[in-house]
Design a binder for this molecule. Structure first.
Ligand SMILES: Cc1ncc(COP(=O)(O)O)c(C=O)c1O
Length: 435
């Protein structure tokens, strides 16, 4: 299917299809984009002369520094067009094209959001109606589940292994559904597929190129939009990661979510969504109503930093971040091998911040972690948080190696081993009492 044949209005729900541009926001965009002098009496903006700041200086850990002052500071403290700071958008588009070389970039656009979480939530809330079906990878990032759940969607979980979601399962499920939907009007075909291909939260899996190609082909056959959440794209431990969905998107059916959270600062709240112009525009209308735009100061700081580093400096920085987290991952895996061998199963994550641990010999870990673990002073996330049905028993645990002191990882894993042994013993006694 060619890009021009995709009818994007099919993906936008009733409420959001009623949205119209806000005239004042559109005028702000015109004023910012004007190439000649403009005298504007249009905008309801405060006068920058009343702002209390004169200059803001930033010192970096590498000894360099930059400041924001004059007109640049006025702009950093003022309202911006909803799409974002024009210079930041230009810089991100440049980086984006160099990294992904998207085949239909000329028909794509990019919008800045309050972290990628806002982007994911805006898109889901823009697209789905109550009761819609949505394809999700299983296990699923809990931040996506909390957006979806109030819509009472029918989640179609597609299992992952160490190569990402399984295209054979995806095809089988869609084929069956299609057949059923011919005779049963209550069976809806999914419009959206949410994927977290690099360093999936919680499994740390990196989806292979072959899997991506197979999944993309299926999405084209069934006219499904792919939501490519790449919060951990730069946080990988491989020579190279496989090309993105967006880099193979010849039809314009990928909306991609990026973020500075894991690589610069999570508190800046800078993320961006890129994809087909029509859909980016629809997100812009939603944001005009929802927040006007993400923080101007954060956007200016992000732009200044990326501009200060330049593309090569940014990529070099990403490599040093990868080295930093690789060391932590290796320390964590070594501690797990020492303490959890025989008690648990895990695969070594190729990206992200997490190890996904299957506890052997137990069917459920909720009470063990939430009651006994917390009492012992160790905190892990029970796998329930990432399951389509969080009420079901689950024997998986998510361990994060990003923040904890490396010296404490060994004792945390030793405590986990003890916790598991105690739980196994409790279970054994319970069974003994029943017989
Ligand atoms: C998979 C995934 N996507 C998105 C996010 C949201 O990140 P942010 O909104 O900080 O960009 C997170 C945060 O942990 C995440 O793990």
């Amino acid at each position: 299917m060619e890009l021009s044949t995709i009818n994007y209005s099919k993906f936008i729900n009733t409420v959001n299809s009623r949205r119209r541009p806000m005239i004042t926001r559109e005028l702000t965009k015109q004023v910012y984009n004007a190439t000649g002098p403009v005298i504007s009496l249009a905008e309801g903006m405060p006068n920058a002369q009343t702002f209390p700041f004169d200059s803001i200086n930033f010192s970096l850990k590498d000894g360099s520094s930059f400041s924001i002052e004059g007109e640049e500071l006025d702009m950093a403290l003022q309202y911006l067009p909803t799409q974002g700071h024009p210079k930041l958008i230009k810089c991100l588009k440049d980086f984006h094209c160099r990294i992904h070389r998207p085949p239909v970039w000329h028909r794509s656009d990019l919008i800045i959001t309050n972290g990628s979480q806002e982007g994911i939530s805006r898109v889901i809330e823009m697209c789905i109606e109550e009761g819609d079906s949505v394809i999700v990878q299983n296990p699923l990032y809990s931040g996506t589940a909390i957006i979806l759940n109030p819509y009472k969607p029918e989640l179609i979980p597609i299992d992952q292994d160490e190569f990402g979601i399984k295209p054979t399962m995806l095809r089988r499920v869609l084929k069956q559904r299609k057949k059923l939907s011919m005779t049963n009007k209550n069976i809806k075909m999914p419009k959206l597929m949410y994927l977290n291909p690099t360093g999936a939260n919680p499994t740390g899996t990196v989806m292979t190129l072959e899997r991506k190609q197979a999944v993309y082909k299926i999405a084209c056959e069934y006219n499904i939009l792919i939501l490519e959440d790449e919060a951990y794209q730069f946080l990988h431990f491989m020579e190279h990661i496989p090309p993105s969905f967006q880099s193979m998107d010849t039809e314009g059916r990928v909306l991609r979510f990026d973020s500075l959270s894991k690589i610069v600062s999570s508190g800046l709240r800078i993320g961006w969504v890129s994809g087909p112009k029509e859909l980016i525009h629809a997100i812009e209308l939603q944001m005009q109503a929802g927040c006007l735009h993400p923080s101007s100061l954060s956007q200016t700081l992000a732009y200044k930093l990326l501009n200060h580093w330049g593309y090569d400096g940014f990529m070099a920085r990403m490599e040093s971040i990868q080295d930093y987290y690789r060391v932590r991952r290796d320390i964590t895996i070594a501690a797990m091998e020492r303490h959890l061998t025989g008690l648990c199963y895990w695969s070594v994550p190729d990206a992200g911040m997490f190890v996904w641990i299957e506890v052997l010999g137990l069917t459920d870990v909720y009470d063990m972690l939430m009651t006994f673990g917390i009492k012992k002073g160790i905190v892990f996330v029970p796998g329930h948080a990432f399951m389509a049905d969080s009420d079901q028993a689950c024997n998986f645990i998510r361990a994060s190696f990003s923040k904890v002191d490396p010296e404490k990882i060994d004792s945390a894993m030793a405590s986990l081993a003890q916790l598991i042994r105690e739980e196994q013993e409790r279970l054994r006694l319970k069974l003994e009492n029943c017989t």
